[in-house]
Design a binder for this molecule. Structure first.
Ligand code: HEC
Ligand code: HEC
Length: 442
């Protein structure tokens, strides 16, 4: 972008200098002989006129830059975040002119690992992620609920089961790509992986450690950890805060960039089926993308434009949501609120991490999509007549009629959307979970 602007300013400057010279010559020729002006006054008049022209040209250049800038800014942002972003491919999805320039579709950055995440720190984090000594009764590790293979980073259950078989109230979200989330947990109460990692260890119904000191003592009992902490931190001191730092560094390596969608973004148009591309277009035209936005398909992500981390889930009078008791837990809004407020979750690998939604009550992805379309888009889902879609409403406030046209999402559209969501599944995680399912069914 900088080079584009420099080029434009360079061009503008040349034009201005040329104009200025021509003008000075004209002024000299026209004014000087008749008026017999003194040399200095000639220069002054010429200069004044020239400055006027210069100011005018400068204004034009600024206006032009401002008009063009949003375009460059978007492209530069997309380019910086997107790695192998291919703008030309976007027109394949929906041939809307102009879409290519401000495309909302983005690829994940190459990595989430930070320069300070040394290999020793990450290796320690990996070990701690699998460490059952961090739970009150020595039975659970992070990986017990966040199964990195067949579970795609979650556990496949409706809600989590903690120590002594205690069942929690919320579904286990995947740890894959959590590194790109700016808000963690369903209600977004943690702002970083470091902050998040301390939660489950001390949570009485998850890993159930009485306090930080108990966790530190449990690790110190294993002499191997002294060397691992020295490699990672420079000295052997085991602290709860260091545990969290190491686990967070490891979690930043748990990134999936091998979904069909990613291959599509890298320029392979054949990576998505026709149905998936229709679903992708619907995801955009219906407005799913306004919440599930950017490369991690979440408004609460560190990547993308992060406009909207939270959204309400207003299931009042929504028949399709009735069986799932989605209004009992109000998340971020607190129990006295009328409607729940939730962090907008990432949709990467979503097809692999069912059952879905904060309470894991919905075990069919098509039903989740229907709930979203009804609750969040206010669309009419399923078969709908023209009279259902367009209604005329009387507004007492403005004393006028308003025609309200609601969006329509047919059963075929739902299938297309589900197909697109499957394109967000990592190839590696999908084959791991397929394999696990095959070995379960004899
Ligand atoms: C007993 C099961 C269980 C264990 C053990 C567990 N978690 Fe979780 N994890 C959950 C549940 C349930 C949530 C969602 C809780 C909520 O949103 O209120 C969660 C949320 C998370 C998230 C947030 C993901 C997101 O997208 O917001 C991360 C990251 C995470 N856990 C990492 C860990 C780490 C690290 C450990 C080990 C220190 C761990 N978990 C141990 C059940 C578990
Ligand atoms: C207004 C913002 C908003 C819009 C628009 C929106 N969603 Fe969501 N979506 C959310 C929130 C918030 C949740 C989490 C709700 C919960 O768990 O209670 C969610 C959850 C989901 C989930 C489940 C994720 C999981 O891991 O369980 C899927 C799938 C999903 N949305 C798909 C869609 C689709 C498809 C569309 C378009 C038809 C859409 N969303 C439109 C905010 C939105």
């Amino acid at each position: 972008m900088a080079s584009d602007v420099a080029m434009l300013l360079g061009m503008g400057f040349t034009v201005v200098v040329l104009g200025l010279s021509v003008l000075t010559l004209l002024v000299r020729r026209d004014l000087a002989p008749a008026q017999k002006l003194a040399g200095s006054r000639q220069v002054m008049i010429g200069g004044a006129l020239g400055l006027g022209i210069f100011a005018f040209a400068f204004k034009l250049a600024v206006i032009f830059t401002l008009v063009m800038a949003p375009d460059w800014t978007t492209r530069a942002l997309l380019r910086s975040q997107a790695g192998k972003y291919h703008i030309s491919r976007m027109t394949e999805v929906a041939s809307t002119p102009g879409l290519a320039v401000v495309s909302p579709w983005q690829a994940l950055p190459e990595t989430a690992v930070r320069p300070t995440d040394s290999p020793a720190l990450t290796a320690l984090g990996k070990r701690l992620f699998h460490e059952t000594a961090l739970s009150g009764d020595g039975t659970l590790a992070c990986v017990s609920c966040h199964d990195l293979g067949r579970g795609a980073g979650a556990d496949g259950r409706a809600t989590a089961t903690g120590i002594a078989g205690q069942v929690g109230g919320r579904n286990v979200p995947t740890v894959y790509n959590a590194a790109f989330q700016a808000r963690l947990f369903w209600d977004g109460r943690a702002g970083s992986l470091e902050e998040q990692a301390m939660g489950p260890i001390l949570n009485p119904i998850e890993m159930g450690m009485p306090d930080a000191a108990a966790a530190e003592r449990a690790l110190a009992a294993n002499p191997d950890y002294a060397a691992a902490f020295r490699d990672a931190f420079g000295d052997e001191r085991i602290s709860f805060e260091r545990v969290a730092r190491a686990i967070a560094a490891y979690e930043r390596t748990l990134v999936t960039r091998d979904a069909p969608y990613d291959r599509f973004m890298a320029g392979d148009v054949t990576a998505l089926s026709a149905q998936q591309r229709r679903g992708m277009a619907l995801f955009q035209s219906l407005g799913c993308i306004l919440c599930h936005q950017g490369p991690n398909f979440s408004g609460a992500a560190t990547v993308g434009f992060m406009k909207r981390p939270f959204a309400t889930l207003d299931v009042r009078n929504v028949a399709i949501a009735k069986p799932f008791d989605l209004a009992r837990d109000r998340g971020r809004a607190g129990k006295d609120a009328a409607v729940g407020v939730w962090r907008i979750p990432s949709l990467r690998n979503v097809a692999l991490t069912g059952p879905w939604l904060h309470n894991g009550a919905v075990d069919d992805l098509a039903t989740v999509v229907k709930i979203m379309a009804t609750v969040q888009i206010r669309a009419v889902v399923g078969d709908a007549g023209a009279d259902q879609l367009a209604t005329v409403a009387w507004s007492p406030a403005t004393r006028s009629f308003q025609r309200v046209v609601r969006k329509h999402v047919s059963e075929a559209d739902v299938a297309d959307l589900v197909a697109f969501l499957k394109a967000l599944s990592s190839d590696r995680l999908r084959s791991a979970s397929d394999e696990a399912r095959r070995s379960e069914t004899p």
